[in-house]
Write a protein that binds this ligand. Structure first.
Ligand SMILES: [Zn+2]
Length: 316
């Protein structure tokens, strides 16, 4: 799934190509990938709703609009027209935005929407698995998907992260990938940032000491910047707007490496499901003290209630 770095690379690549262009034709091939202003916020694609969606007109799809620029929050892009009309784009698991200067050979299957510009160039939204989508609005501020996101992870200040995590008792891994808390970090960069900061992914977010939160905040921003520099991570099918793959997957220390030796200390990396996602960590570089402390306290409380003696060891 494209995360913040991959989406930012798309934004940077597409903005100079689209800025100042006027949309000459807008075509939607599948109504259920688009969410109009009167649709349910989640749209129709995965909702199995019996309500027949109303027809969207090409004006809502930016026909005739002059493009002002492309904004990004977390993993969501917004193509914004000079008159304020906005097209929000989420790539989901397998979405791609493909740029065609006029003669490019691009895959035509799973292309759900296309825009042609007055200079003959085209932009295609392709999404084989259809977890992504398009959101149409009168302004970026009124995009429903935009409003549901937490602060952008690339602009994160470590002290801000402390404020976000203080009320959260869930494991830090689950908190980091919750887009309503912090927008842009997914499975890859959460695992990598936790490894760099030396934080065990099961640690309850509110239990990480202040110094650890600051280190984690710095690690998140640093890793996102490094990944953008390296062209993003191509794990399955991520491509930038020109169809090129990224290079940052070579720099992954833990993601996708469960059972292999830690690149820092050589310990065998552990793997388990946390927050419904596969997580990989190094038991040496990411010690479980904070997690153990809490789990021991919780267990002791339960044991006291049950009249049992205290367990000598924390568990993972
Ligand atoms: Zn290690």
């Amino acid at each position: 799934m494209p995360e913040l770095p991959e989406v930012e690379i798309l934004r940077k690549g597409l903005e100079p190509l689209l800025r100042g262009q006027t949309v000459a034709r807008a075509t939607l091939h599948r109504r259920d990938v688009a969410v109009g202003p009167d649709d349910p916020p989640g749209g129709f694609s995965r909702q199995r709703t019996p309500i027949a969606p109303t027809r969207l007109n090409a004006t809502q799809l930016l026909l005739g609009a002059k493009i002002h620029g492309i904004s990004r929050k977390g993993k969501v892009l917004a193509i914004v027209a000079v008159d304020g009309r906005t097209l929000g784009i989420h790539l989901g698991m397998s979405g791609q935005l493909l740029w065609d200067p006029g003669r490019a050979v691009i895959p035509t299957n799973h292309v759900h929407a296309s825009w042609r510009f007055t200079d003959g160039s085209k932009l295609h939204f392709r999404d084989p698995r259809r977890f992504g989508g398009l959101w149409l609005a009168d302004s970026p501020e009124s995009l429903p998907i935009w409003k549901s996101l937490g602060p952008d992870a690339l602009k994160l200040h470590p002290m801000q992260l402390s404020g976000l995590l203080t009320p959260v008792r869930r494991p830090i891994k689950a908190a980091l990938i919750d887009q309503s808390l912090l927008a842009g970090v997914g499975n890859i960069y959460a695992d990598e940032a936790l490894h760099r900061a030396g934080v065990h992914p099961r640690t309850p977010a509110c239990d990480i000491p202040q110094a650890g939160v600051v280190e984690l905040g710095r690690s998140i921003v640093a890793i996102l910047r490094e990944a953008i520099e390296a062209g993003g991570s191509t794990v399955r099918d991520y491509r930038n707007a020109m169809g090129q793959s990224g290079d940052f997957q070579r720099a992954h220390h833990v993601y996708g490496r469960g059972g292999q030796p830690c690149t820092t200390c050589g310990t065998r990396l552990e793997q388990d499901t946390i927050g419904q996602r596969t997580s990989v960590w190094c038991p040496t570089c990411q010690p479980a003290e904070a997690f153990n402390k809490l789990s021991t306290t919780t267990r002791n409380r339960k044991d006291r209630k049950a009249g049992r003696s205290l367990s000598p060891k924390g568990s993972l």
